[in-house]
Write a protein that binds this ligand. Structure first.
Ligand SMILES: Cc1cc2nc3c(=O)[nH]c(=O)nc-3n(C[C@H](O)[C@H](O)[C@H](O)COP(=O)(O)OP(=O)(O)OC[C@H]3O[C@@H](n4cnc5c(N)ncnc54)[C@H](O)[C@@H]3O)c2cc1C
Length: 429
């Protein structure tokens, strides 16, 4: 009998387990994979470490920044892109980063113009007037601007790294994200996708796990969690049983329909779990021969297999280019020449000598990349899911408030679940 069973050892679970265990609770942390970190994964490729999943953080993200400070870890400086290429209206255009920002910035300003009005206080969704935007998809918003073909492609290419399906992702999440950076989409992009955690996400995870006193059980997939009124019973694959007083379910939203939760969750959380979030994008690393001129590139969804590319590191005389693809099936990641062909659209003559990736969409323990909620869910089902479900609390970046979809949100919810359980009145323990 443990005080708390934490299910899932991504950032949310690892933080919850650390906070509860060092506060004196007995904690078991059950993780399906043979490693911690979940959708962050510092793996090996090309003879060095690379981030296959979540990588970037920022000093304006309070929860992750606090963790970084706690362990004396910083952020790495990105390679500064000298040239930007963008595919629009059937042609590739180029300019400096400032020139591109001068063209794309006014378009993203229009796209998220109502962000601060909709979310005047991003931390308080009750203050948000969201009924109209919660019916709107990213695609509806794009159509509503009635842009020229060129402007539409420029805007689409700017949004594309965060888009899998324009017709399934709600605009509310983009507006909430933009509101956290004062309505400035460029600032949001810088905070969300520019500065890698120094030494990799694994370094931060290992530091958190190293301070934790929780018992870690790797390769232990959970199949069920039941609140029987006196405690929780967690069933693991192969019919193992773990008993605890409370459970923190820090699993990805898209795997929750594989886990039986008893008593069943209420509507609208049930629908949220059944519908899943739609994100099945892909992140590919391409090793390019030589120290090529640093560049960034963008292309609209459905018009090019690579929707964002950026030179990120120098490595042994070569350059590593990070590519984001809205549709994983549009590019064979193992086909070096196909990736080279795609990148040559932007930077003719570059030579791809190797590729590396992790397939998050088919991985049974993620079944998708980061969460982007369907219209109607972000401000209704998601906050409902953050409420306690008896002795069970859900946590994770997928259901975070401000940092939804990211590492910061994962940490926030893990820490919050730990605080809530620690504060549980003695008579309920
Ligand atoms: C390609 C990609 C790029 C991204 N880029 C960024 C970025 O740059 N910055 C950023 O902030 N965010 C980024 N994200 C999002 C970020 O990685 C996630 O939001 C965050 O890591 C989620 O943490 P979590 O703890 O909520 O979930 P997860 O990390 O998914 O952890 C959940 C854990 O549960 C485990 N699990 C699953 N099923 C079971 C089961 N049945 N039993 C037991 N354990 C189970 C999983 O193995 C996993 O370890 C990115 C994600 C991807 C995929």
């Amino acid at each position: 009998m443990y005080d708390v069973a934490v299910l899932g050892a991504g950032f949310a679970g690892v933080v919850a387990a650390r906070d509860l265990s060092i506060a004196g609770h007995s904690v078991v942390l059950c993780e399906a994979r043979d490693r911690i970190g979940g959708r962050t994964y510092t793996g090996k490729a090309f003879g060095r470490s690379v981030e296959f999943g979540g990588a970037y953080a920022h000093w304006t993200q309070p929860h992750v920044w606090r963790e970084l400070r706690r362990y004396g870890i910083g952020l790495s400086a990105p390679l500064e892109a000298e040239q930007t290429y963008w595919l629009a209206d059937g042609a590739v255009h180029s300019g400096t980063a400032a020139e591109y920002a001068g063209i794309a910035g006014p378009l993203t300003d229009r796209y998220v113009a109502d962000a601060r009005a909709r979310f005047p206080q991003p931390s308080d969704l009750a203050a948000a007037g969201t009924s109209a935007i919660e019916k709107e998809t990213l695609g509806d918003r794009l159509d509503s601007l009635h842009l020229s073909a060129y402007d539409r492609d420029v805007l689409d290419g700017m949004l594309a790294p965060l888009v899998h399906r324009y017709d399934e992702q709600g605009v509310a999440q983009f507006l909430l994200w933009a509101a956290t950076t004062f309505g400035d989409w460029g600032a949001f992009l810088e905070t969300a996708g520019t500065w890698p955690i120094g030494g990799g996400t694994k370094r931060l995870l290992d530091a958190i796990a190293g301070e934790s006193e929780a018992e870690l059980r790797l390769s232990t997939p959970v199949t069920a969690v039941e609140d029987d009124g006196t405690g929780v019973v967690v069933t693991t694959r192969g019919n193992g049983r773990v008993r605890a007083r409370h459970a923190v379910v820090a699993l990805p939203l898209n795997v929750l329909s594989d886990v039986t939760v008893t008593p069943p969750v209420a509507q609208p959380v049930r629908t949220l779990i059944e519908e899943r979030h739609p994100m099945k994008t892909s992140k590919i690393w391409a090793r390019v021969k030589g120290e090529i001129e640093p560049f960034a590139a963008g292309a609209p969804v459905g018009k090019h297999p690579v929707n964002a590319a950026r030179t990120e590191y120098r490595h042994d005389g070569d350059t590593l280019v990070m590519c984001m693809c809205s549709d994983a099936s549009a590019l064979d990641r193992a086909d070096r020449e196909a990736v080279q062909r795609a990148l040559r659209t932007f930077a003719p003559g570059l030579e791809v000598v190797g590729t590396a990736w992790h397939d998050w969409a088919t991985d049974p323990f993620s079944q998708g990349t980061w969460a982007h909620h369907r219209p109607g869910n972000l401000t209704r089902a998601v906050p409902r899911m953050r409420e306690p479900h008896g002795r069970i609390r859900f946590a994770g970046g997928d259901i975070a408030a401000i940092g939804v979809g990211g590492i910061d949100g994962a940490i926030e919810t893990g820490a919050q679940a730990a605080r809530d359980i620690a504060r549980t009145p003695a008579e309920e323990v």
